[in-house]
Design a protein around this ligand. Structure first.
Ligand SMILES: Nc1ncnc2c1ncn2[C@@H]1O[C@H](COP(=O)(O)OP(=O)(O)OP(=O)(O)O)[C@@H](O)[C@H]1O
Ligand SMILES: O=C(O)c1ccc[n+]([C@@H]2O[C@H](COP(=O)([O-])O)[C@@H](O)[C@H]2O)c1
Length: 214
């Protein structure tokens, strides 16, 4: 049975304490712009979490994405609010907000270096779309990133697809869903339904705040 440390202040979160000193937490980090978060993101995070027996999968919204060609996203607090609404009913899901606090361009090396240093008993599994694996050689300080202790890449693969990479990647097969946040934004601008593409609470938030209506 896992022991818990109960803090004197009842407001403080009760955190599980490792049973032995060798206990390691297994945390998935799912980075993205989440403009907005959608059901394919949730499906991927859940599938990877279960496939790799992760203790947690944290969604990590970026401040400024490293890709220069990406369009400016809506304000971070709105993206964050939608992530909160989307994940509230899944106890495996959390949010990693450090890139938003840091600001500037959200290079994964900078973020993960800080996280592995701050959490020495945690193994990190950074989730990326299978198509993105081909672009890893272009990532900022990629050779330093893959050498960080307790850092792993997880490639989300369509069943049966190739699993080649210039860098070590743990491949996980996930049922394919082809839509993206771009598709959601376009559909909203065209007045089309996004029901079942995003959680109902996210759709209601988008409507209430009149987001993505051009
Ligand atoms: N349908 C999908 N299936 C698998 N992975 C996905 C899917 N949509 C997005 N991802 C992955 O989710 C991560 C976060 O992506 P991001 O927030 O940029 O979403 P996106 O839907 O690709 O957005 P956009 O269309 O605005 O580029 C990325 O690793 C991306 O490859
Ligand atoms: O560090 C980099 O050079 C780098 C280059 C491309 C993407 N990333 C990260 O990968 C995650 C998904 O990125 P994107 O642009 O596909 O949504 C997000 O957390 C980005 O910060 C990181």
């Amino acid at each position: 049975m896992q022991r818990c440390r109960v803090f004197a202040n009842p407001q403080t979160r009760v955190q599980p304490e490792p049973v032995t000193t060798s206990h390691r937490y297994r945390v998935g980090i799912y980075g993205g712009t989440f403009n907005p978060i959608h059901n394919a993101h949730l499906l991927v995070a859940d599938q990877v979490g279960h496939s790799l027996s992760l203790d947690r999968v944290d969604f990590m919204p970026d401040a400024t994405p490293p890709h220069v060609d990406k369009k400016t996203a809506i304000a971070a607090d709105l993206r964050l609010a939608m992530i909160r609404l989307a994940i509230h009913d899944n106890p495996m899901f959390g949010i990693e907000e450090s890139e938003l606090y840091r600001g500037g361009v959200s290079y994964t090396y900078d973020t993960m270096k800080q996280l592995v240093e701050q959490h020495p008993t945690t193994d990190y599994y950074f989730i990326i779309g299978g198509d993105m694996v081909d672009y890893l050689p272009k990532w900022h300080r990629i050779d330093d990133l893959v050498r960080l202790p307790r850092f792993h890449f997880v490639g989300v693969r369509r069943p049966g697809a190739k699993n080649e990479s210039a860098y070590p990647v743990i491949w996980v097969d996930v049922p394919p869903t082809s839509f993206s946040s771009t598709d959601i934004r376009r559909r909203i601008a065209q007045g089309l339904s996004i029901r079942y593409m995003v959680p109902d609470a996210v759709a209601a938030f988008i409507k209430e705040h009149h987001l993505y209506h051009e």
